[in-house]
Every structure is written in C-alpha cells, then in structure tokens.
Design a protein around this ligand. Sequence first.
Ligand SMILES: Nc1ncnc2c1ncn2[C@@H]1O[C@H](COP(=O)(O)OP(=O)(O)OP(=O)(O)O)[C@@H](O)[C@H]1O
Length: 562
Amino acid sequence: MSTSANPKPKRRRRGPPKHGPTPTSPMVATVGAMVAHEVGGEGARRDARQAPPLARVVGTTARGISSGVEGARGAEGSASNAGRSAHDAGGVDGSHLTETRFDQCAISPLSLKAVKDAGYERMTQVQEATLPIILQGKDVLAKAKTGTGKTVGFLLPAIEVLSALPRTTSINLLVMCPTRELANQVAAEAKKLLKYHRSLGVQVVIGGTKLPQEQRSMQANPCQILVATPGRLKDHLENTPGFSTRIKGVKVLVLDEADRLLDMGFRRDIEKIIAFIPKERQTLLFSATVPEEVRQISHVAMRKNYEFINTVQEGDEETHSQVNQTYMIVPLDMHFSILYNVLKKHVMEDAEYKVIVFCTTAMVTKLVAEVLSQLKLNIREIHSRKSQSARTKVSDEFRKSKGLILVSSDVSARGVDYPDVTLVIQVGLPADREQYIHRLGRTGRKGKEGQGILLLAPWEMHFLSTVNDLSLSEAAAPSVDSSIQAVVKDAVRRVEMKSKESAYQAWLGYYNSNKTISRDKARLVRLAEEFSQSMGLAVPPAIPKLILRKMGLSNVPGLRSA
Ligand SMILES: Nc1ncnc2c1ncn2[C@@H]1O[C@H](COP(=O)(O)OP(=O)(O)OP(=O)(O)O)[C@@H](O)[C@H]1O
C-alpha cells in the first residue's frame, strides 16, 4: 500500500517554532481581571529575572474565556521581559523544573522533609503556579502537560490544609481518580508526602477488590485521606455503615483527570458523590486536557470564583515537543504485520525499550496481546477484563522493568506514571483528541524524550483533523516482506477462535459508538468484515441477538446473529 497518496492533514500551528526557545512563561489565564503575582508564598519571593510573574484570572463565563486568552497574551509579554524561556522552564534538556525550590515555599517542615526524601528539590511549573493559590483556600482548575507533577501539585497543598485540622475519624481529603491503577499511584505518592505526618493516613478504595475487606480496613484504621474510583466510592456510600457520615468531613475534594471524571461516563456518579460532601469545601480539578465543555460544567464541582491555572502557553501544544509524533496509514489487513515490524525494529534498536501499545477495547487488547505473544515478543497485557490482582501485578512489573511491551486498553491511558517509556503506539481510532494526548503522555515524562506512533486505517483518517494543531507528521509504513507476512499470518491463525469472536464483537461495538463511522451501517458492517479478515477469518463470527439489539444493530444486513 502506498502511504504517500494520503493527503497530509492541514496544520493549525499557532505558536512559535517548536524546537526553538519560546519567549514566554508558563501561562496562567482565565477570565475577568488579570493579576500578576508571585508564586510560592512568603518564602518564595524571587528576582523577577529568575522567574516571570504569572497571570491568573478568576471565574468562568463564555465571554470571559475569550478575554482570558487575550489576557494570557499580555502575560506572555511580561514573561518574556522577565527573561525566562519556556524551553528553560519546561523542556527538552531535562529542565522541566522551575527555579523555585520547595524550601522557598510556605510549606511545613514535615512536608518539606518528605519532599526532600522523595528527591524533589525544585518545583514543576504547575506546582509553582498552583501551590500558593490552593494554600489561599481557593478552588482551582489546573491544566498542565502530562508527566509534569500534577499529583504532587494537588497533594502537597491539600496535605498542608489537612495538617492544620483537628484529628477526627472523618475523611478530610477525597481524591477521585478514573482508574484503579491511577488511584493506587496517587495513594503511593500521598504516602511519600505523609512520611513525617505521622497522624495522617491514606486509604484506597477501588473496584475489583473485596468490599468487606475495605470496610474492615476503614473501620480498623479510619484515615483522613481517601483515594477512590467513583463506582467503588458509591458502593461504600450505599453499603458501608458510617461512611456517609465520615465523608461529611471532606474539606478538600480533588478530581484527578477532571475532564474524564466529568464526562458522560462518570458524571452521574460524581454528581451523586458530590451531593454527599459538604458544599463548604475546597475543590481542585487537575488534568492535562481541559476541553471547553469541562470549563462549562466545572460548576458541578467548583465554586463560581474558581481560578483556572493553565501552564500550557497560548500557542504551545498540549503535547511535549521532545516527543516525536508520527502517524501511519495502513489498511487493516496489514495492521498486525506493521505493528510487529515496528516493534521488532524498536526492540532491536533500543536495548532499554519499554513500549505501550494502546488498543481500542479490552477484547481487542487481548487479541493483539495474544498475536504479539505468538510472535515471541515480551508482552504483558492489561485491560478491564483482567482480575484486579493481575492488573496490579502487571502494572507493578511494568513500572519497574525495561525490555517489556505492555498491550493496554485505556486503563493505562491517563495519569499512570511508568518511568522511561520509550514508545507509545496507538492502534486504531483513539476515543477522542484528549485520549490521544493522554495516551501519548505515557512517554516523554519529566522532560525525557519519547516517541509516539498512531496506526490508522485509511477510513480512520478523519481523526487527524482533531489533532492537526499537534506536531503529528506522517511516516511511511515500513515495508513488510512476504516472509514476515507469513509469520504474522501464522501467529494470528494460532490465536484461539474465542478471542477472535470476542474481539470482533468488541470492535463492532466500539466503532458503532463512533459518530462518524456509525452513520453508515452498511459501511460499518463492511469494515467489521475487514477486521474479521485481518484475524484470518473467512466469515465474520455470529453475535448474540441480545448484544446486537443493545448495539442497535438488529436486522442490519451482513451481521450474523447467534
Ligand atoms: N518537583 C518534582 N521534581 C522531580 N520530580 C517530580 C516533581 N514532582 C513530581 N515529580 C515526579 O514526576 C513524575 C510525573 O508526575 P505525575 O505523575 O504527577 O505527572 P502528571 O502531570 O500528573 O501526569 P499525567 O498528566 O500523565 O497524569 C512522577 O514520577 C513524580 O514523582
């Protein structure tokens, strides 16, 4: 197949050249009047030449948002006068940190000691920008690129708030996370920061573990900090005696990956949970992506006069410039061969390789993992259909190891901090632009280099228009000789029929839920047949009637029902 025939999507590059230093500072913008201020509290006063003033603005209205952007441009001006470039502050050469040290900030000696033990000396941009504002008791919506320390950004000031409260058995800080892996990780970071705060503790409640066990542990040792996934938290609200009373003590609520928690998948649960928590609280929303809709609905969680702190400068991209992003357009029947080829090359070139391959659904993830395992690559598999203990084991192993390829569904897309990931491959349509950015963000963390490849079929190219402001360029798919094709075909053949049937069904469900693809059902059926052929099947598997009905695909010609 020729890839050069594919038109390159139009770029909407708005900012300065990507690889040169940008004469701007971290941008903290929003709505209303703009205020220049110092970051870091009393101890953080710095020479204006060292660090620029940050602009911040309060509140949110549609009108305000556009005026906020203009305000931000103004802020860039003053920042450039202050003489520090974004490159210096956030970038390629490992200096993703600001000049501000934690010991210049108004934080307690206990926290400072723990921060030092964790190996953190200087603050990242988002930490520098949010800490003083959170310590003032304000609600904050913060946007900062992936892997730039948002977790410490909300945990550290929240712990400071908690340490001043009298000890009770109430929950004072509630952190909500969209995935179990992320919840565990946030709790681990909290434990680090709590090292010397002996009277404060953290507990995790996540789905996939035994509810009675969590209930017993909460009863035996009621902690002030709770990190939870929404479904399990709701379970506790409904089924754990005394829990709804304990949660009335929440003083700080954090929605990590806020845009994900407020989207349609979680929104109802979040609203129900918020209804149990006192209105008199401080709320912190953090994410690498804050689409317009999230700002519109942030009132669900936050007070009207919240502050939007955006460390992604106007004109800069939401992804990291040190991550090389490419896409390949390849027909479905070549996806396994190309994927194998790309992986093999990467493994040979980089002895320290650590790769994540993202797939569209859990069952497609399983299929891809099985095919790649047949090809003798060092594969681990993680998705929502795995038991929680298997997920935790794989996640821990991947965190610590090198020389591994993690085939994953979107359970690893957000927030998970696996160090030194060398390559992220996304196979098939990402759910949306935000998911693309978060998945890519598993590499290039803490200013390190990384690589991202998006592998699409020609009919998936419409996705590129949603990311055309990012530095995503086309790469020619490597040529795959017939011997490799034969090896891959044989590997696909050896995968169990059951895995293929489940993958086909999941694939159909996923693309049927995509607005663009599902518009034309006859085409959807044809594409599903292409996918089935790519798994070596002559006839697409039959699907249970009930499932077809649920997908709204009953009586669609070309689909077989079981
Ligand atoms: N000030 C600091 N100095 C050095 N390392 C830090 C600092 N703050 C955080 N880190 C480390 O940086 C890494 C990334 O942090 P974190 O996972 O919080 O990023 P994030 O911005 O939340 O990313 P994502 O958007 O993917 O959720 C972690 O390993 C964390 O321990």
